[in-house]
Structure formats: C-alpha cells, structure tokens
Write a protein that binds this ligand. Structure first.
Ligand code: NAD
Ligand code: MLT
Length: 527
C-alpha cells in the first residue's frame, strides 16, 4: 500500500482518484507544525499540500520514503525545491486550475477598492447610513498596469477590457505577438509606474522579485495610484506601502497575500483605504476541485512509476540514453540561463548546436534543458522539462537544434545562441573530466568559467588599468572575487571580462563599474 498524507485544505472530492485507489491509503491532517510533520513524514510515500505547509529541508531530511510532493496550486515557494531534488523527490504542481479563480478575485479586489465596498458594507451593517464618505472612482477609461502577463495576468487583462479599461503590461519574457493577441500594450516597468491608475501584480515570488514594489518604485507611480496584489506577499514592501498610503501618494491597496502568513494583525489593517482577504485567490469550489484532481492524478502516476506531467524539478530520460546525455543536463540548463541573462529580457529565438560524441544521440531533452534555463530566468520553478517546449511555443520562441558529429577542440560542445530583435548572445560549454560544467566561449571570446553563483559580465575596450579599477570598486563593497577571466581577440580591441564573485554586487557598484572609462557595459548573472 502507498501512503499519502494530505495537509492544508485540499478538496477531498478532487482527491477521489487517490481515496478510491485500491493500492493507496490517504490520511488527512490539515494543520501540522514543522516539527509534527517531520515526526510523521517518514511513513509516507506522497505528500499533498497547498501554501500553508512549509516543506523545509528539515522536513525532507526525515522523508525516508517520500517519492512525490503534490502542490494543489501554482506557487511552489513553500517547498524547498533544492532539498527535494537532492533527495530525488518529485515536486509537481497544478498550474492552470486556479487561474480564473485568481483573476476573478483580482477583479473583485479592484472593484472593492474603487468603490469602497468592504468599508461601506461594514459601516452600513453597523447601522450607519453614510453615502458621503464612500464616493468611489470608475474603472472605465482608467489605465490598468499588469505586472506579469502570464496565465493569471492574461485572464485579468481580458476581464478588465470588459470594464473598458486601457491595459498596459510589463513582462520582459512575453513576446509582442502574444501581447498583441491579448490587445495589451507592452511597456517598460518605469512607463507602467508612470502611466497606470491601477497596478496589479501577477508574478511569482523569487529572489529577484522580492520587494519589486519598494519605496523607489512607489515614488515613480502616479499620485493616487491603487495597487492590487493577489500574487505573493514579499513582492510588495509592506512598510513602504503603508507609508505611501498614509502620505496619500497611494490612494488605496487591495491585498490577498502577505509577507508572513497567516497574519491576524498588521499596521495595514488599520487603514480604511486598504482591502484585505486571507489568501483567497484560488479559493473557489471549481478551482479547488480542479487543482486537487490534477494533483491526485500526478501523485497516483508517480507512485505507480509513470510519467509526471507537471513535475517542476525532475527530468525524464529514456534509460539507455541516460548515462551519456544525463551528465550534460545541468550544463545545458546553465547555458540557457547564462545566454538569456546576457540578453537581459525577451527571447525570440534559441539555437542549440551539439558537436562531438553527443551529436550521435537523441539530445532533444538537452535542448529542452536549454529552454528550461532560458524560460526559468522569468518563470523560475514553474518551468519544468515537460512544459518548457509548450511554454516556449506559447511565447512565440523559435527553436533550432543542429548537430555535427566530428569533434573539433572539445570531445563534446554545446553552443547556445539566443536572439531578440535587439541583439544576440552565444555561449558555449563543455564538461571537464566528463562531469564539471564549464563555459568555454562567450560571444566568440574564449573563456573558462564555472557557471555557478554570481557572475559579472563586463564588455570593455582592451586598455591598461581597467581590471585594477574594477577589482578595487568591488573590493570597496567587501565582495570577494573568486575568479577572473578576460577574453580578447586582438590587442587594444573589444574584450570581455567575467568575474565570479562570492556575493551579489549591489546596483550602486554595478553603476560605478559601468562608468569606468572604456567599460562598455555590465551585467550581473545569477546561476
Ligand atoms: P505564470 O507563470 O503563468 O505567469 C507569471 C508571469 O510573470 C510570467 O509571464 C513571467 O514572464 C512574468 N514575470 C516573472 N518575473 C517578472 C518580473 N520581474 N516582471 C514582470 N513579469 C515577470 O503564473 P500564474 O499562474 O499567472 O501565477 C502567477 C503567480 O500568482 C504565482 O506564481 C502565484 O504565486 C500567484 N498565485 C496566487 C494565488 C492566490 O491565491 N492569491 C493563486 C494562484 C497563483
Ligand atoms: C497558488 O499559488 O496556487 C496559490 O497560493 C493558491 C493556493 O494555494 O491557495
């Protein structure tokens, strides 16, 4: 018998495929602390959660027989993916099932905010007939700025069009074609801040997106802007929002999510122009049924050794190809991430060339790994080996795979070229001693870099004193330089520098580096 543990409020109706399976036993334990979960997790083959259960590395340490964690929802920021992957535990989510629910909740929050509905309701029920205090604003004719035009952002756009709003969006990873299909104008984040009357957020929480809406961002917004966050707490700096609401810079905010959840008291709760709900975006009968059904099916498939469609962390490989191609997966993914971050935004075309021994095998899954790397720069852990090609197609990204069997300098070489209308970058890599990933070429310059951690890419003119100045600038921020590589084609010509550093380099230092004479730009890559 397989044992499945369900925590959080996952729909029992949606889990029928599991509860009715003859080889599965399901236990429902809705509220468990980390310690309690750690104590019992060793007895289970599968765990099903929503967002309340934190599946930490400590919990996973005790998960001796766990094969799969099913997330009945989209965001997997409550699961330690690295620890799960290291233990070979599949993490599968249920994207799509709650998209409409989250979009409808967003519209509800926006209307509540515009027309002061929750506050007016509370006052009327308290016996006060007050029509003067609750004069609202119309949505018609207002500019709605959507940050993140993915599944939920797109559905919000469609619905807001019915309210006759003008829609602009910032999503550097969505193609112009997709935006055109949705009748949405893509703009820069700065322009979105400057133009929007309402701003709604639909991006995942990641290191990069943490406090995307901070004091500086709010300062750039229109006076009287209204902000809606039904994505994740932590994307909005709550202290900065509170100050801006108090000062009248922001006219109102509607929040479904908070940096710490559950939360029962918060300074923001004291403000009349703040509408709050307790993470209800996906809480509809239909959405909960849909996500539970997807997760139940995925868990059953995984337990019986089948192919998990929505795995966010593990690749699938034919057994005979695995020993040869398998070791190249991390390299392929890193090359995709490396090249995409060099490009710094929207990718229209990806070309992958395999040369040497690898070219004799079916490497299509390696190309998928490259795509996973390309897309994960924007979509983080929502991208897996299964959905990467489909997501790339939806985004209008063209893919070309080529092979050449004869070896040149390396026994195996993977070359990734990414293109956008504004430019292209090429990154090539190999495995040293058959297992250590190395980037050996960037834009035609020879280098030798471990694709890992924080890397600064500094194109410059080959002149004396540049290396020293950059080293001193980084040193002034107490950041240790682990390695440094300089590649040039001719003396005095254009050259590139790649520095691996032990900690992230702050924006201020990057700007100072960009100002050094003969430096042509600077980009920080996170791998
Ligand atoms: P999605 O992956 O389809 O879309 C996310 C979009 O954000 C992508 O198009 C991506 O390109 C874009 N993006 C990433 N970083 C960005 C940035 N810095 N700036 C602009 N765009 C950026 O995901 P989705 O299904 O639309 O869900 C979005 C998020 O909503 C989820 O990650 C989840 O955290 C949250 N969510 C919340 C609830 C809720 O109950 N409140 C329900 C469902 C989902
Ligand atoms: C999600 O990411 O899907 C949401 O947090 C919804 C939820 O789990 O309630």
């Amino acid at each position: 018998m397989y044992r499945v543990l369900v925590t959080d409020g996952v729909s029992p109706e949606g889990l029928k495929a599991l509860t009715e399976a003859p080889d599965v036993e399901v236990d429902f334990r809705p509220t468990l602390s980390e310690e309690e979960l750690r104590e019992i997790i060793g007895e289970y083959d599968a765990l099903i959660v929503r967002s309340a259960t934190k599946v930490t590395a400590r919990v996973l340490e005790a998960a001796r027989r766990l094969k799969i964690i099913g997330r009945a929802g989209v965001g997997v920021d409550n699961i330690d993916l690295k620890a799960a992957t290291a233990r070979g535990v599949i993490v599968a989510n249920a994207p799509g099932g709650n998209t409409v629910a989250a979009a409808e909740h967003t519209l509800g929050m926006m209307l509540s905010l515009a027309r002061n509905i929750p506050e007016a309701c509370a006052r009327t029920k308290a016996g006060v007939w007050d029509r003067k205090s609750f004069v609202g604003v119309e949505l018609r004719g207002k500019v709605l700025g959507i940050i993140g035009l993915g599944r939920i952002g797109s559905e919000v756009a469609k619905r807001a069009q019915a309210m006759e709003m003008e829609i602009i969006a910032y999503d550097p990873y969505i193609t112009e074609e997709r935006a055109r299909d949705l009748r949405v104008k893509l703009v820069t984040l700065e322009d979105l801040f400057r133009q929007a009357d309402f701003i709604t957020i639909h991006i995942p929480l990641s290191k990069e997106n943490y406090h995307l809406i901070d004091r500086e961002a709010i300062a750039q917004m229109k006076d009287g802007v209204r902000i809606i966050n039904c994505a994740r707490g932590g994307i909005v700096d709550e202290e900065a929002l509170y100050e801006a609401l108090k000062a009248g810079k922001v006219a109102g905010a509607a929040l479904d999510v908070f940096e710490k959840e559950p939360v029962t008291s918060h300074p923001l709760f004291s403000l009349p122009n703040v509408v709050v709900t307790p993470h209800l975006g996906a809480s509809t009968v239909e959405a909960q049924l849909a996500v539970a059904e997807v997760v139940a099916q995925e868990v059953l498939t995984a337990l019986r050794g089948g192919f998990v469609r929505h795995a966010v962390n593990l690749p699938y490989m034919r057994p005979e190809v695995l020993p040869v191609v398998g070791p190249f997966f991390p390299l392929a993914e890193k090359l995709g991430m490396f090249a995409t971050q060099l490009l710094g935004g929207r990718v229209n075309r990806v070309e992958v060339n395999y040369s040497g021994e690898l070219a004799r095998y079916d490497v299509s899954l390696l190309t998928t790994a490259v795509l996973k790397g390309v897309l994960s720069v924007a979509l983080q852990d929502t991208i897996n080996y299964v959905n990467a090609p489909e997501v790339a197609k939806q985004r209008g990204i063209k893919i070309k795979e080529t092979k050449q069997e004869q070896e040149e300098e390396y026994v195996n070489l993977i070359t990734v070229r990414v293109q956008s209308p504004d430019g292209e970058h090429t990154v090539a890599g190999t495995l040293v001693r058959g297992k250590e990933p190395r980037v050996v070429e960037v834009d035609g310059y020879r280098v030798d870099v471990l694709p890992q951690g924080y890397i600064l890419f500094v194109p410059h003119m080959d002149r004396p004193r540049i290396i020293g100045r950059i080293g001193t600038l980084i040193g002034a921020y107490d950041i240790n330089i682990a390695t440094m590589q300089v590649g040039r084609r001719e003396i005095g010509g254009k050259a590139i520098m790649l520095l691996t550093v032990d900690n992230p380099v702050p924006e201020e230092a990057l700007e100072a580096i960009a100002r050094v004479e003969n430096v042509l730009g600077v980009k920080q890559l996170i791998l």
